[in-house]
Design a protein around this ligand. Structure first.
Ligand code: ATP
Ligand code: MG
Length: 356
């Protein structure tokens, strides 16, 4: 029997509601496949501010670092919006990301056949989209020095610096090639090499690493072109690898192609403890109503099994169960359309667990 310790941070808003459904699914997997999942409850975000007056106390970081993975809901809400920055729930998020050292953020953007009509784009453009954006998460312009706002001769100057070292580029690029090998063996590296020197280094590293993966068909795209291609012909993409800021923007763009924010998971990996969370926020507008879509959280659990615990088959079974429940016509309100059967958060979780 394999035993895995999972730190669970339900967070705020709909977090606890959707996490509960994902745990249901994980428990079903555990009992079917004879694994043991041990859950360690931890507090991050608004709930931690209420309890400890700190969005991420050191005690919680320690607990998380002793686990195999961090399974995360979502943080934030109007209740905490007016606190000073160091006490804001989002600060807890940024701090934990840093503490875990996960340098790769994986964001799949997949269009379920059943939900093609949820996108605002034409069905023929959208149907079959299956993209994985691999974003460098702990380097680049968000962290480079010098940074800040300085004043010189009475004129204020805002500064940020885009820095990547060769090893930082190599580890994310290599991971992306590995992921491409497990998928359709296509990789697009996105940069701004016509303007930025740091991008030229990025490009050189991609060309060098590519030699180790001759089966992967790869190309380079400038970020402006990539943004355009994503809405014009998104099906050309399999894996997209890029730096922190470009990845931030492109992964949001890619996810919106699918039109269903309640369906999309994410994984942050590469450090000691991986972190798995839906891309959506705490959705304060629907919190407590029991109508949130738990699928993004459930798919995040599947990513945890696949990328952290190497339980590929179990992850695939979760994905299949989600597919089947959608095919049977069950929908939470956010993805509801005519002739389908409306269910609430719990019912959706039950259906997926039962289908497993
Ligand atoms: P954040 O700043 O944390 O990203 P946000 O306010 O930008 O939060 P969300 O909290 O993701 O964004 O909410 C955006 C919209 O999507 C809201 O109307 C919310 O109700 C809806 N939404 C988000 N997640 C879900 C979900 N799982 N099921 C149904 N609707 C959702
Ligand atoms: Mg947001």
């Amino acid at each position: 029997m394999d035993k895995f310790r999972i730190a669970v941070a339900e967070g705020d808003g709909i977090g606890p509601e959707v996490v509960a459904e994902a745990i249901k699914v994980l428990d079903e997997i555990a009992s079917r496949f004879n694994h043991e999942f041990v859950y360690e409850k931890v507090y991050i975000g608004g709930i931690a501010v209420d309890k400890f007056d700190d969005p991420l106390p050191d005690s919680e970081v320690e607990k998380i670092l002793s686990c195999d993975a961090l399974f995360f809901g979502a943080v934030g809400g109007p209740k905490w919006d007016n606190l000073p920055r160091q006490k804001r729930p989002e600060t807890g998020m940024l701090k934990i990301r840093k503490a875990l050292g996960d340098f790769a953020n994986l964001r799949p953007a997949k269009v379920f056949d059943e939900l093609v009509d949820a996108s605002t784009l034409k069905p023929e453009v959208v149907q079959g989209i299956d993209i994985l954006v691999v974003r460098e998460l702990i380097g680049g312009i968000y962290f480079g020095q010098p940074k800040g706002i300085v004043e010189e001769d009475g004129i204020k100057k805002g500064i940020n610096t885009m820095v990547y070292t060769e090893p930082e580029i190599e580890r994310i690029v290599r991971l992306a090639f590995e992921l491409a090998m497990q998928r359709r063996k296509k990789l697009t590296s996105v940069d701004k090499a016509n303007v930025l020197d740091v991008s030229q280094l990025w490009r050189d590293v991609v060309d060098r690493v590519a030699k180790d993966y001759p089966e992967v068909e790869y190309n380079h795209l400038l970020v402006d072109n990539a943004a355009m291609q994503l809405v014009r012909n998104p099906k050309q993409f399999d894996v997209i690898v890029t730096g922190n800021i470009f990845g931030d923007i492109l992964s949001d763009e890619a996810s919106m192609l699918t039109g269903s924010i309640g369906m999309l998971p994410s994984a942050s990996i590469g450090g000691n403890v991986g972190m798995f969370e839906p891309i959506h926020g705490s959705a304060p507008d629907i919190a407590g109503l029991g109508i949130a879509n738990p699928i993004a959280q459930i798919e995040s659990a599947a990513m945890m099994l696949k990328y952290d615990f190497k339980l590929d088959k179990e992850a695939e079974i979760i994905e299949k169960a989600v597919d089947m429940v959608l095919k049977m016509g069950y929908r939470t309100p956010d993805i509801m359309s005519e002739g389908k059967r409306k269910v609430n958060t719990q019912q959706m979780g039950d259906l997926i667990a039962k289908t497993i």
